[in-house]
Design a protein around this ligand. Structure first.
Ligand code: PLP
Length: 371
């Protein structure tokens, strides 16, 4: 289905579940403008000598359950929180696959996902292959897609890739960290799982480490929940509470960050010191079929490692820091982490909530100084 294109996500275009969270018609404490009490108890009394729905924090806790209800609503599935995005990935692989299984991972996506699978989990019998997610996925037991891949910004044809993976018997997980359910709901395209590093745009303020998996099917949710309880890869109440607070402004943050990112991508593309800009909003026809705005993340290239370091050192407003999706803009040369994969001059920029002209002034001054 062709999507209407706007410079920004309009409030009207956000899904009902998000609108309800924002406008307060959802019948929860969250909707009434409150947040559930930050209950840090590790134990809850049995009810009539039987464990109730909440009895020990490793299994479930009240704030986590509420955060999972809200995220499940937004994504259209059943959510489970984990201690980080990487923890969520670990749990998903270990709970749903076995030794000898093959995972096909989108190349150009988050390098930590490939490293986790290829370095750590391969020792336990996992096979890992990287593939170009703009084409057909190879044969595998699980296909791992990442729209607006961090940092290479590729975008898969989700419907085609998911149909092809399913036809060959594979499960499909979509890492939707960058776009969030405001812009893309992969379960509606047939994905089996959505993964979020909720550390990023869901919590949104660079103050919570958190991950989530949203499952399409109740039996996968039950399996993953059992694994989470057994393994202890669980989220504490505090980051779950921060995510609940962050979600109240999610649609507004996504709209503003996407609009600013598009504007900066255009201006960067016209600057003589910039060799290449990667942002699906600059005319990726496949991405344009799936989303009406393109999120906060973009990459651009300057002439080599020296130039990239000079940009990093001369920025004053934009933080020279890793991570993405928060209210403060962050930029870093990715070659320090993944030199085998990215150009030495590739800079990844996550656009925050600052004034777009102030952001551009900061970038333009740093780029002009490259001569
Ligand atoms: N997925 C993506 C796209 C990421 O960018 C990251 C972290 O940068 C992760 C997953 C892992 O998340 P976390 O840092 O919360 O473990």
């Amino acid at each position: 289905m062709a999507r209407r294109h706007t410079e920004a996500v309009t409030f009207r275009s956000t899904p009902n579940s998000i609108r309800r969270v924002l406008t307060g018609t959802r019948e929860t404490e969250l909707a009434r403008g409150e947040l559930p009490a930050l209950d840090r108890a590790t134990i809850h009394p049995y009810v009539d000598a039987r464990p109730g729905p909440v009895y020990y924090q490793r299994e479930a806790h009240p704030v986590g359950l509420e955060a999972e209800r809200v995220l499940g609503d937004l994504d259209g599935g059943q959510a489970l929180l984990f201690s980080s995005g990487s923890g969520a990935t670990t749990a998903l692989i270990l709970a749903l696959l076995g030794p000898g299984a093959t995972v096909a991972v989108a190349d150009g996506g988050y390098y930590g996902t490939f490293a986790l699978l290829d370095v750590e989990l391969a020792r336990w019998g996992l096979n890992v292959v990287a593939f170009d997610q703009t084409g057909e996925p190879p044969n595998a037991d699980l296909v791992w897609l990442e729209p607006c891949a961090n940092p290479m910004m590729s975008f898969p044809d989700l419907d085609a890739a998911i149909a092809s993976a399913h036809a060959s018997g594979a499960l499909v997980a979509v890492d939707n960290t960058v776009l969030s359910p405001v812009l893309l709901r992969p379960l509606e395209h047939g994905a089996d799982f959505v993964l979020h590093s909720a550390t990023k745009i869901l919590a949104g303020h660079h103050d919570a480490l958190l991950g989530a998996v949203v499952c399409a099917r109740a039996e996968d949710h039950a399996r993953l929940h059992a694994f989470r309880t057994a393994s202890g890869i669980v989220a504490a109440p505090d980051p779950a509470w921060l995510m609940l607070r962050g979600v109240k402004t999610l649609a507004l943050r996504v709209a503003r960050q996407s609009a600013s990112a598009l504007e900066l991508a255009r201006r960067l593309g016209a600057h003589p010191a910039v060799e290449r800009v990667r942002y699906p909003g600059l005319g990726d026809p496949v991405a344009a079929r799936y989303v009406e705005a393109f999120g906060p993340l973009l990459s651009f290239e300057v002439a080599g490692a020296g130039a990239a370091t000079r940009v990093e050192r001369s920025l004053e407003l934009i933080e020279n820091a890793t991570s993405l999706g928060g209210v403060a803009s962050t930029l870093e040369a990715r070659a320090r982490w993944e030199p085998e994969r990215v150009a030495p001059g590739l800079l990844r920029l996550s656009v925050g909530l600052e004034d777009v002209d102030d952001l551009w002034a900061d970038l333009a001054r740093a780029l002009d100084a490259l001569g």
